[in-house]
Ligand binder design. Sequence first.
Ligand code: SF4
Ligand code: SF4
Ligand code: SF4
Length: 249
Amino acid sequence: MSKLPNSSPRYQASRRRFLRTVGLFVGVLGASLATFLPVIAKWVPARLRPPGAIDEPEFLASCIKCGQCVQVCPVEAIRLADIDEAMGIGVPYIDARAQACDFSCDAVQCILACPTGSLNHTIVKKEEVRMGLARVASPDKCLATQGLGFKGQARGADFQGLLRYTEIDRWNPIPVRDHPYDLALCDLCVRECPIDNAISLQPIDTEGKRKMPVINEACVGCGVCEMICPVEPTVIVIDERKMWGEGTA
Ligand code: SF4
Ligand code: SF4
Ligand code: SF4
C-alpha cells in the first residue's frame, strides 16, 4: 500500500481524526478517574454529609452520584459537589449555613431514596441520625450570652434558606426571611432545633439575664442552629462526623 504524503488533505484529515479520538479517550478516562481519586488519595475536604452517611471512605466508594437523595429533599439541603469544589465530584454534601437539613421530610427521605446503602437504611428516625455535633464556636459573640434579644429576619432579606415552621404549616417549609422574629433574649438556635433536648440555653449570671447555648447528647448535627444563628459569622458550627464524647461539645 502506498504511503500518503504528509501534506495531502487525506493525511491531514486522518491525523485530525486520530488526535480527536485520542483527546476524547483521555478526557473520558480522566473524568472517570477523577471520580475515584478521592478514594485513592483521600483529597476530599471534610464536609457535612447527608443523614445516615456511612463512614467516609466507604461512603465515597459506594455512592454512585445518582442524586436520588438530592431529588427527594424538600428544602434542597443536599448538593452534589462540583468540579471546582476540590475532589469528590458529584458526592453529596450539605452546606448547613446556606441550607440545613431541617427534617421537614419527616422520615429521612434521603436515606430511603438511596439505592446503594451509602446512606444507612437501618436509620429510620431523625433522632437516630448522627451527621456530626454542634459546637458553640464563639460564645462571647452569642446574643444570649450578652443578654441581647433579636428582632427582624434571622439571616437578612437576601437569605435563600428554607425552614419548616410547624406552627405555620408542618408540610411546607417557607423562606426564613418570611418569618421575622421579635425576641427579648435570642434563643433562635434552641427554638428552631428539630430535635428534642439537643440544645438548651443555660443561665450564666445570677439574675438569668444572660444565657449560653449548651449542646446535649441528643444533637444529631443537622445544622439548623448553624443556619439560623443571626450573628455573622455564625456562633454555632457543626463538626462533621464528630460523635458525642469525642472532646468537648
Ligand atoms: S432528612 Fe429530609 S430534610 Fe434532611 S436532608 Fe434528608 S430529605 Fe432533606
Ligand atoms: S442563635 Fe446564635 S446568637 Fe442566638 S442564642 Fe443561639 S448562638 Fe446565640
Ligand atoms: S443542636 Fe439541634 S439544630 Fe443544632 S445540630 Fe444539633 S440537632 Fe441540629
